[in-house]
Structures are given as structure tokens and as C-alpha cells.
Write a protein that binds this ligand. Structure first.
Ligand SMILES: [Zn+2]
Ligand SMILES: [Zn+2]
Length: 70
């Protein structure tokens, strides 16, 4: 898989991760790794079963969308 963001810019970079929200491939430059205390909405796992922080990989677009305006 190739990095979707790079592909849009005409580059051909191998993806090292996948955005858990939209599923696009991401290179090291574009993969955003975040650790959140609480999972909202129960996606992709039921939040009640999670007792520790989960890392998650997001693309820049989804990271922005999930953070909102703060
Ligand atoms: Zn990229
Ligand atoms: Zn995404």
C-alpha cells in the first residue's frame, strides 16, 4: 500500500500505517499516533472493555476532524 496523502501530492511513498478511521495508507510523515484516555462511540472496540490507553493511528484529516476546534 502507498501513502494516500503522498499519492495525492504526486509522490510514491510506501505506507507504514493505516488510519483507523478512514483506512487510508499513511507514511511515517503522515501517520499521526495518538493515545487517548477514552474512546468515544465504541469504535472499533467497546469502550467499556478498555482499561488502558490505546494508541491509535490517524491521518491528518481524521485527526483534525476528531479534535474539532478544541
Ligand atoms: Zn505520506
Ligand atoms: Zn483518516
Amino acid at each position: 500500500m502507498k501513502c494516500y496523502v503522498c499519492a495525492k501530492e504526486g509522490r510514491d511513498t510506501d505506507a507504514v500505517a493505516v488510519c483507523i478511521v478512514c483506512g487510508m495508507g499513511l507514511c511515517m510523515d503522515h501517520a499521526i499516533r495518538e493515545e487517548n484516555d477514552v474512546w468515544e462511540g465504541g469504535y472499533p472496540f467497546p469502550a467499556k472493555k478498555i482499561k488502558q490507553r490505546l494508541p491509535r493511528i490517524l491521518c491528518p484529516e481524521c485527526s483534525l476532524a476528531l479534535k474539532g476546534d478544541g
